[in-house]
Ligand binder design. Sequence first.
Ligand code: AMP
Ligand code: GLY
Length: 415
Amino acid sequence: MNVAVIGGGGREHALVRKFAESRKVDRIFAIPGNAGMSDVAEVIHGVTENDFEAIAGVCLENEVEWVVVGPEAPLTEGIVDCLEDEYGIRVFGPRKKEAQMESSKAFTKELMEKYDIPTAKFARFGDHDAARAYIESHGAPIVLKKDGLAAGKGVVVAMDMDQALAGLDELMDEDGSPIVIEEFLEGEEFSLMVLVNGEYTHSFEMIAQDHKRAFDGDTGPNTGGMGAYAPVSHIDEAHRTEAIEKIIKPVTKGMVEEGLDYFGILYLGAIVTAEGVKVIEFNARFGDPEAQILLSMMEDDLGEVLEKVHRKEPFELSFKPGCMVGVMLASRGYPKSYQKEKYVEFDTIRENCYISGLRQDMEGLYMTSGGRVLLVTGYGETVEQAVKTAYENVGQVKFEEGDLFFRKDIAHRAL
Ligand code: AMP
Ligand code: GLY
């Protein structure tokens, strides 16, 4: 079969690489793809991820049987509704209504409240004064979130009152959109990927851990993710099971009861608190950079997995033994404003890299085109070895000092 992967980041790079190993898959189209994919996919330049008509055209012309959507923006804009309803093209990904699990914090919080799913207490505000009064009465630490897509950047975890009030001004005054204010939860986070088809679910047997803060020691602003690793052996398997029983099963059952028909990946961002595992967030797609790590560790055929989820067949996924660590190289300034068009060379470790924000110049040299630039991975029998290999590989990447930065403590909680 022919497949098309929508998106042009590191997660999509991992998806096309994984499909390239599939016995089921003949041709792979990457729309719009990126500069790292041409060895494994047919890269469709010039068609953006939000141009659904043009995407449909490519898929119909090339007899694409499955479209897999990587990023949240086209899902939120209704790519699935458009491709399926108007063109009869099968898509792995939730429709606009179901994608609200990610695009609307208020929608998801209300669903969790109704079905008794453990999560932080919250309130929603469209009014600055009311939000301020709430913050003042609840005190810090407290968490403020934009009620819409923000690529991981619309969250302020305020540890004191000054940060909380500054965060309120920042988030509310940008565009006047509503915000959600949450109770601060303390504990260790993990990411669980779940394949969902209505009431059918298959939770990944292996969990991953992301590093959301920009700087070492989990400091600095929130980002889309500065590095990840899997498995997370120091988080007990019992917590994954608890997440499935107390969160995944009731939330998927709740969605069905509400008349939602979710099909695709549901990403659970969970936190292990003293009161048990709670929900930090849901996403309507694979995590980035968790996908790069988990798909590298996964031994199964992704084309077959897709078909099994579509048919609601039970199965088990197998993962390599050992550990995989990924370190994100980002443009200096990210997640705030940053410069582009900085040269980066990584020829000696290409196989270990997933491109997020790089393009090629006229001579084929790589230059930066985004905030997150390149995920450099390392594999090892133990997490210590994987960390060592990952940073040795980072050392092979050539760039002008100061153009890029990366965290030096990925997987620190596991060491
Ligand atoms: P989100 O975009 O909702 O995943 O938030 C980004 C990051 O902010 C999370 O991965 C957490 O590290 C942190 N965060 C979000 N909500 C909370 C919360 N209620 N308590 C503590 N930390 C949080
Ligand atoms: N790495 C977190 C996310 O994809 O949202």
